[in-house]
Design a protein around this ligand. Structure first.
Ligand code: PHE
Length: 473
């Protein structure tokens, strides 16, 4: 009873699905957010907690969402409703699907703005490399002859220019809509099978470059020496939100992609592969970025400016910095694009199934609406820079428009929906149906169930509670 969005076919192979799902998972979250958060929260302790969350909650929930999608066979809302129906439970569980679709839609709106910054740096670093070639030295440092202030000032200049911010955001959104509009097979799958291998090759190149030219030892120590004094409920909440975000959980994407998976695919190892690849890329991203940052004595806790200001400054004084800088931003762009298509596919599939719109129209309507919200995020850096939409809420007091949407989805919607997925799959869905979908048996099934029924709901609940109400401790 596959939904219309699957176009009768779904993925053409298991590999296609795995690449699309890894493409969804690996994105700005791994290369921009993970190193930023690790840098701000003292490195090792954050990394350790993060890996713990991925193993105990992330990977089991990836399996839960994919199996819900395949068992339900429709968009995120329809799939949850179908599984609830087959299990003899209330259909209002479909609200879980709605929560995810809204989260995915909201994430898409600001994700595309940040991806626009990446495009800006693809252009800047591309032009920079060409001028290096023109001056006869293709292996020059980045932004030769510029001072540190001039290089970091480029980000401020971008933020001060609403037209440029919005234009780049539009460019990225159009690319996303175009791929999703081309279909599951001819769009999403094709994009993933070209972009992901290219991404991995570039990632390995820059990591090896960093290891040889940068301070790899200090980066390793920074990322793997935990300082537990740095841990607080907010850091735990941040790490959990990041694990969910990075694995593309709770945002409709995996549920929707799951519905396109064939019956012959064994889901448990597939989910493991996705979680493993995503975590590996996050760690490699840290090992790619921090050696370069430390090599020139810069601050790893630079926050969101880490890759846009700190790294270009570092590339300035490093061999072949212009070329590597360009490769770096191109690889982030590839990663962002394969993620944004999954963010768009969730709500689009729902619009197709629910309202019977053509895929092309549905993708344009959803992408266009997310674009408009993104415009507000972009204006939040200049024209509306004093707007603090959630200022009434202590934990979001100083958040601008983009950070408010990012924080609200990451800290509240994603954990809440993860909690509901765990409760639904662990306690409410028909146990035989679930067991058959996982392909697990015996001890492995028992372990997975233990994590989904107990570990995930309790941990997510506690982290939500203390993260949102820090005063309780
Ligand atoms: N996982 C993506 C990233 O790390 C973001 C994303 C979230 C994509 C939710 C789809 C769904 O960048």
């Amino acid at each position: 009873m596959a939904g219309k969005a699957a176009e009768g076919g779904g993925w053409s192979s298991r590999t296609a699905f795995v690449l699309a799902a890894i493409g969804a998972a690996v994105g700005l979250g791994n290369i921009w957010r993970f190193p930023t958060l690790a840098g701000e929260n003292g490195g090792g302790a954050f990394v350790l907690v993060y890996i713990g969350f991925v193993l105990l909650l992330g990977a089991p929930l990836v399996l839960s969402e994919i199996l819900l999608g395949r068992a339900g066979g429709e968009d995120a809302i329809g799939s949850v409703r179908n599984v609830a129906r087959k299990s003899g439970r209330s259909e209002s569980w479909k609200g879980l699907g709605a929560l995810q679709i809204i989260a995915g839609f909201l994430i898409l709106s600001f994700y595309s703005v940040v991806a626009g910054w990446v495009i800006n740096y693809v252009f800047l670093s591309g032009a920079d490399w060409f001028s290096a070639i023109a001056s006869g030295d293709p292996f020059a440092g980045a932004f030769n002859g510029e001072t540190q202030d001039e290089i970091t000032g480029r980000m401020g200049a971008l933020f001060a220019d609403p037209v440029r911010l919005i234009g780049l955001h539009l460019l990225f959104m159009v690319a996303t809509v175009w791929i999703v509009a081309s279909g599951v097979h001819d769009g999403i799958e094709k994009a993933a099978t070209w972009l992901m291998p290219a991404f991995f090759v570039l990632l390995v190149i820059v990591t090896i470059y960093g290891a040889f030219t940068g301070d790899f030892g200090q980066a390793l120590a920074f990322m793997f020496t935990p300082d537990f004094a740095k841990l607080s409920p907010q850091v735990l909440n941040e790490a959990l939100g990041q694990a969910l975000f990075s694995l593309s959980l709770s945002a409709g994407g995996l549920l929707t992609y799951g519905a396109y998976v064939g019956r012959d695919v064994n889901l448990a190892p597939t989910a493991g592969t996705i979680a493993f690849a995503d975590t590996l890329v996050a760690i490699l991203a840290g090992l790619m970025i921090f050696p370069i940052v430390f090599a020139v004595g810069l601050d790893p806790a630079a926050g969101p400016a880490l890759i846009f200001q700190t790294l270009p400054v570092a590339f300035n004084s490093m061999p072949a910095g212009a070329l590597i800088g360009m490769i770096f931003f191109v690889l982030i762009f590839f990663a962002a694009l394969t993620s944004s298509i999954s963010l768009l596919e969730g709500p689009t599939a729902w619009v197709i199934d629910r309202f019977g719109l053509e895929r092309r129209t549905a993708a344009m309507v959803v992408g266009g609406s997310a674009f408009l919200i993104g415009v507000a995020c972009a204006l939040g850096y200049n024209v509306w820079s004093d707007v603090r939409p959630l200022s009434f809420w202590g934990i979001f007091e100083n958040a601008d428009i983009l950070d408010s949407i990012d924080g609200f989805t990451g800290k509240i919607m994603l954990p809440l929906s993860a909690l509901l997925v765990a409760v639904f799959v662990g306690w409410r869905a028909d146990r035989n149906l679930v067991e058959a979908e996982t392909g697990l048996s015996g001890g492995m099934f028992a372990l997975w169930r233990l994590l989904v029924c107990w570990a995930a709901p309790i941990a997510v609940f506690l982290v939500l509670l203390f993260g949102l109400f820090p005063g309780l401790l």
